[in-house]
Design a protein around this ligand. Structure first.
Ligand SMILES: C[S@@+](CC[C@H](N)C(=O)[O-])C[C@H]1O[C@@H](n2cnc3c(N)ncnc32)[C@H](O)[C@@H]1O
Length: 277
């Protein structure tokens, strides 16, 4: 079930989400990232006071509000869910955050120093146009910080087992690296986050199951069952390597690559599997 009407889901899952993350690690993210990981990625991307940040697919903007508070950047969050943006606006309070309801692409006119895309690369079946637009929105030297779901496209049987499979488009790493290079984005940092994201998925499964009666009363049994089924699949796929979660910072170089091998290869990324949490 899609969560386009975000308020009932936000409310129903809040207690379980709070309990699923370690103390201080839940900042209203709608994802497997922990607050420490969000903070590290933002720092690696050079977010600081005055830096202009665009957060694509921000949802209720838990990560965006957290980053704005910690780093003092200027912030624009965009999501196509108007109910998610309503929640984001209300919770931002006095923070210097702006929000827009829009379907990406196209992107808001830049320029921006940093573009974020957290836990949503998989929603885009066709990544080329998106990456071109991101590169165009960045200043030269600007950074694109994102996570991706890495793997070969889902098979028919896998698609049949995944709820809302029309929002799950995996990409193999070599293809992503080639796309980034083609639009002039050079990978500066990457880290395999699979085992940490699997731990979060498992923790969320336990917390949703423990609170199942109350959650089902608010969003319905079918929505809860689909939520659990999706989380179990992610946990399995992350455990057996069917999917990897990788965090990246890529810098806009000012030149678009057309030939040659990407400077960061799949082997480099594999070497980063055991990055610190
Ligand atoms: C998994 S949530 C992640 C939210 C947030 N980035 C986070 O990490 O907490 C994905 C969000 O992407 C939004 N979304 C998906 N595809 C989109 C698109 N093409 N344009 C704008 N928003 C989109 C959904 O509405 C949802 O809020």
């Amino acid at each position: 079930m899609k969560q386009d009407d975000r308020a009932p889901f936000d409310q129903a899952l809040q207690r379980a989400r709070v309990s699923a993350y370690d103390r201080g690690e839940f900042v209203e993210q709608e994802s497997f990232m922990r607050a420490g990981e969000i903070r590290t990625l933002a720092a690696r991307a050079g977010i600081a006071p005055g830096v202009r940040v665009l957060d694509l697919c921000c949802g209720v903007a838990g990560p965006g509000r957290f980053i704005t508070q910690v780093f003092g950047c200027t912030y624009l969050g965009v999501d196509f869910s108007s109910s998610a943006i309503d929640i984001a606006r209300e919770r931002a309070g006095e923070l210097p955050c702006r929000f827009e309801v829009a379907r990406i692409p196209p992107l808001p006119p830049g320029p921006f120093d940093v573009v974020l895309l957290l836990e949503t690369m998989l929603a885009f079946p066709e990544k080329d146009t998106l990456l071109q637009e991101i590169s165009r929105a960045l200043t030269t030297g600007g950074r694109f910080a994102f996570t991706m779901e890495e793997g070969e496209p889902l098979t028919g049987a896998e698609r049949a087992s995944m709820p809302d499979a029309d929002t799950v488009w995996l990409t193999a790493l070599p293809e992503m690296l080639t796309c980034l290079e083609r639009v002039g984005l050079a990978v500066r940092w990457q880290e395999d986050r699979s085992r940490y994201h699997r731990a979060t998925a498992d923790s969320l499964i336990d917390a949703f199951a423990a609170d199942a009666t109350d959650i089902a009363a608010q969003i319905g049994r079918q929505a809860l069952d689909e939520l659990l089924a999706a989380h179990r699949l992610w946990s399995d796929w992350l455990r057996d390597g069917r999917v990897r979660k990788i965090a990246f910072v890529a810098e806009k170089t000012g030149t678009t690559g057309t030939t040659g091998t990407p400077r960061t290869t799949a082997a480099d990324v594999a070497a980063d599997r055991d990055g610190v949490p």
